[in-house]
Ligand binder design. Sequence first.
Ligand SMILES: [Zn+2]
Length: 124
Amino acid sequence: MDARTRRRYRRRLLDELGKNGKLLGRLRQSVSDRGKESATSGVFASHLAERANDEYERESDTVLADAQGRQVHEIEEALRRIEEGIFGVCEACGADIEKRRLEVIPSARFCLRCQERHERHLRN
Ligand SMILES: [Zn+2]
């Protein structure tokens, strides 16, 4: 991969890191706000269904925040690989990751074949 392409990916990853980091902050805030809410209004919540719904929303925010946290981590890792000069190389087989794939997922760690093998492995 030439230096210009690498710089382009670097900018894109930094951009995505900014956006995803902000989203992660909002989600974490929302999780902790809901935590406070249910702690203070728990006694007054008359309907069990309402409380269950709050719990549900809090839980799904937690799940989202986790997924978002992983996403941010993946982007940070990709930036680290750029610094180390190993960006765009499959971590499993060492082959170049397909350009088309990097265009869609710049933080991809595996080439398409290894990714598919990895996912099949997870399913089994
Ligand atoms: Zn591979």
